[in-house]
Design a protein around this ligand. Structure first.
Ligand SMILES: [Zn+2]
Length: 133
């Protein structure tokens, strides 16, 4: 069962996310970071789920949706940690459920800088592959 309200007959948000990624990058490399190219919420990728009619409409994080599609709802009290340290990445294999405390310990100031460097690098590589497609 989906861990959120979903209007029957509409395209599931996971499918919309994958379609958006495919439009942006073509065939996705299963090991690479899938940098979300769309809307953001608090530094993470986000899409709108639910419906306005029944009041369930709300933004959800893209990395969480793709992870939960495979693994089920995020375990109570845990949050998804980006092992790749790139918050905009929504490759579910790069995520690991950890406690908030562990997540904070893992994400030190040094890591934040390293992450900015890697994001810049990942973006330049993807921009390059787009131009050569
Ligand atoms: Zn990643």
């Amino acid at each position: 069962m989906r861990p959120y309200t979903w209007t029957k007959g509409s395209t599931p948000p996971e499918d919309r996310i994958r379609a958006r990624l495919a439009r942006e990058y073509g065939q996705l490399d299963p090991d690479a970071c899938w940098i979300w190219p769309g809307a953001q919420l608090g530094g993470y990728g986000s899409v709108i789920t639910g419906s306005r009619t029944d009041g369930s409409r709300r933004p959800r994080l893209t990395h969480v949706l793709l992870w939960e599609e495979i693994n089920g709802p995020t375990p109570e009290g845990l949050e998804l940690h980006h092992r790749c340290m790139i918050e905009l990445c929504c490759n579910p294999t790069h995520l690991k459920p950890v406690t908030h405390q562990v997540n904070c310990t893992l994400v030190t100031e040094d890591e934040k800088q390293a992450r900015r460097d890697r994001l810049a690098y990942a973006r330049s590589v993807q921009a390059l592959s787009r131009r050569t497609m």
